[in-house]
Design a protein around this ligand. Structure first.
Ligand code: SAM
Ligand code: SF4
Length: 380
């Protein structure tokens, strides 16, 4: 069986949710990255940790559900070092999480950091490898080379952290099919014993260095070919695709991310972090200094929110459901004739066909547009 069905064992109960903590510090700015990050501000790590603690203490009192998963993401959490991470994880030490994930980058991983993660009961580590091709890494302006990435994976293994995920990006201008194949094969090396892989097609975001060369980037047919190659290779190595960009060995899916895709509650702590309660989204100040000032002055860092309409909620359920291997119940939606070839029915649920997964964004956009037109036609 190729698909991993998540339904039989829902990872979180209805009264639980996730906590996301944003750590914005990075060694350098990667050429493709549009995330909220700061470079060269390590002197402010103690101030930031104090702010996170103050925000969490205030937030915790408002939660009506039990925090079940913790995800420390970035930016680069490992950039704050083993002492910084220990202090950060200590903020949450009164909680009983069933999963604690920390994102790390190869250049800032060390044996000491792995020991700190283990001491704080971290259950899952996600490593930003992106590629094992030196030229691709240089074009991304990554702070690591392939050897540093390999050393980091071995260091985690030797340190006894067995639930390790890696992030990969395909579609760099200088990447070839052969280079992508070598990257995937290196990731499958049994000595790393990786349990989870995320593969993303390179998105050329506005206001990034890469945007200047947007015209040189590979055609979507090339991206589709690389995606399908990864999908087949990962399946051959025992990885199950449970979401369009995510593959895991049985039982090693990210509970925290599945929580997002099931539209369950989560709160975000830190600069630019988002929160959600199934109907409403709200988000924190995205400027590092303004976030610190708000917390310092005892003000809420929340700067915006939106309440979703019933139609928006249903659209999100359809979109997220179809992106996951679980699919959606057939009675949620009438698939128009022109999109029927992209879906299949199994166990009374619609699923995207394997060959349609790389086209998911355009298929789902067409589906939602059609549903929107139908509902306007009904109400007029
Ligand atoms: C929140 S980011 C940062 C994680 C970590 N700092 C790193 O650099 O690996 C998480 C992942 O999103 C992916 N990502 C970020 N920007 C991307 C882009 N423009 N196109 C495709 N994938 C991207 C990368 O694979 C990255 O590891
Ligand atoms: S990709 Fe990661 S390391 Fe690079 S700038 Fe973005 S968050 Fe920082």
């Amino acid at each position: 069986m190729r698909y991993q069905l998540l339904r039989p064992s829902p990872p979180l109960g209805p009264s639980s949710g996730g906590v996301y903590v944003h750590v914005p510090f990075c060694e350098q700015a990667c050429s493709y990255c549009a995330f909220s990050v700061v470079v060269g501000k390590e002197a402010l790590i103690p101030d930031y940790l104090r702010a996170l603690r103050a925000e969490w203490v205030a937030l915790r009192e408002t939660l009506t559900w039990t925090p079940s998963t913790l995800f420390i993401g970035g930016g680069t959490p490992s950039q704050i070092g083993s002492e910084g991470l220990s202090e950060l994880l200590e903020i949450f030490s009164d909680e009983s999480f069933e999963e604690i994930t920390v994102e790390v980058n190869p250049e800032s991983l060390s044996g000491q950091l792995v020991s700190a993660l283990r001491a704080a009961s971290v259950t899952r580590v996600s490593v930003g490898v992106q590629s094992f091709d030196a030229e691709v890494l240089r074009s991304f302006r990554r702070a690591h080379d392939p050897e540093t990435a390999r050393d980091a994976l071995l260091c985690l293994r030797e340190g006894g952290l067995e639930n390790v995920s890696i992030d990969l990006i395909f579609g760099a201008v200088c990447e070839s099919d052969a280079s992508w194949e070598r990257t995937l094969m290196m990731a499958m090396d049994p000595k790393f014993a990786i349990q989870h892989v995320s593969c993303y097609a390179l998105t050329v975001e506005k206001r990034t260095r890469l945007h200047a060369s947007v015209a040189d980037h590979p055609h979507e047919d090339v991206l589709a070919r690389r995606y399908r190659f990864a999908d087949d290779l990962l399946a051959d190595h025992g990885f199950l695709d449970y979401e369009i960009s995510n593959w895991a060995r049985q039982g090693y899916h990210s509970r925290h991310n599945v929580n997002y895709w099931r539209r369950r509650s989560y709160v975000g702590v830190g600069v630019g972090a988002h929160s959600f309660d199934s109907r409403r989204r709200w988000w924190n100040e995205s400027s590092f200094h303004r976030y610190l000032r708000a917390i310092d002055e005892g003000r809420s860092p929340v700067v915006g929110s939106e309440l979703l309409s019933a139609t928006e909620i249903r659209s999100e359920e359809i979109m997220l459901g179809l992106r996951c291997s679980d699919g959606i119940p057939c009675d949620w939606v009438v698939i128009p004739d022109e999109l029927q070839s992209f879906v299949e029915i199994r166990e009374g649920r619609y699923h995207l066909k394997a060959e349609a997964k790389i086209l998911a964004d355009s298929v789902l956009a067409a589906l939602l547009e059609k549903l929107d037109d139908d509902s306007k036609a009904r109400s007029s």
